[in-house]
Design a protein around this ligand. Structure first.
Ligand SMILES: [Zn+2]
Length: 266
């Protein structure tokens, strides 16, 4: 059985209108509670190995999507305090840039981690992997676009960080189907992370539970065995399926896409 996987997006920083931000107080309390309860985080390679051989109880993969700069300030130092590690899925065209791929949920646009940040935290045992080149919903785009998203992101990560960084992708919005799984496999990824349900039989459609702002108890829903955990995972599944606003905006903008170089503030 695959170990559980948690997925956070933003931790701390400016409040937003969306639901993916978790305050630093909640995040710290959850990490402290997990550490006290004997939970331990896995590296990606430990996670990969534990899919085929029995894994230690109370182990999980901790992941972050989108790679916001604020992780370096509010999340990674907390994890270090408890001896935890994490894998962050970054959007390679937006590394070191402002968030122009999403709807605007904050007053000021958010920044993403830059390469020096990534290299600094990687040297301290944190891992980085692919969240696509531009955060496109892969199930809505043609093969050429999906391939570009998958392959370009992987090539950049391998060039900058080495072969290990090309091992895994978290599909933007958790959106994956059989076609996207085939394309991810062909692009060279060994692991692909989808939404709450996933398909435990396929390494290219692994389940992951997003932690949304209402998931604020000491142990996040994704790691709870009780009925609250089951209910919370169901709500996360529904919320994830409903989060199509950004994808629709991207679909509209798709025809007028320009590379980030031309969209930097003057
Ligand atoms: Zn994302």
């Amino acid at each position: 059985m695959t170990p559980p996987v948690l997925c956070y997006h933003r931790v701390g920083g400016a409040p937003e209108l969306g639901v993916t931000r978790v305050s630093q107080a909640v995040f710290s309390r959850q990490m402290e509670s997990l550490a006290r309860a004997g939970w331990r985080t896995l590296t990606l390679s430990e996670f990969s190995g534990s899919r085929t051989t029995p894994h230690a109880p109370r182990t999980f993969l901790l992941t972050f999507d989108d790679g916001y700069e604020s992780l370096a300030e509010y999340a990674y130092p907390v994890l270090e305090r408890f001896g935890f590690t994490a894998t962050t899925f970054v959007i390679t065209d937006f590394i070191g840039r402002e968030n122009r791929w999403d709807m605007r949920y904050t007053w000021r646009r958010l920044r993403h981690l830059d390469w020096p940040h990534i290299e600094h935290w990687r040297a301290r045992g944190f891992e980085f992997a692919s969240h696509g080149a531009r955060h496109r919903r892969l199930t809505w785009v043609d093969d050429v676009t999906a391939n570009d998203e998958l392959c370009r992101a992987r090539a950049v990560l391998i060039e900058k960080l080495g072969a290990e960084a090309g091992r895994a992708i978290a599909y933007p919005f958790g959106a994956v189907d059989d076609r996207v799984q085939r394309l991810a496999h062909a692009a060279g990824y060994a692991l692909g992370f989808g939404g709450v349900r996933g398909d435990h039989g396929s390494p290219w459609h692994l389940p992951r539970v997003p932690v949304y702002m209402w998931d604020a108890t000491n142990i996040p829903f994704g790691l709870r065995q009780d009925s609250l955990g089951a209910a919370g995972r169901f709500v996360a599944h529904v919320a994830n399926r409903c989060a199509v606003g950004t994808s629709m905006l991207q679909a509209v903008r798709g025809r007028i896409w320009r590379p980030p170089e031309s969209t930097v503030d003057a």
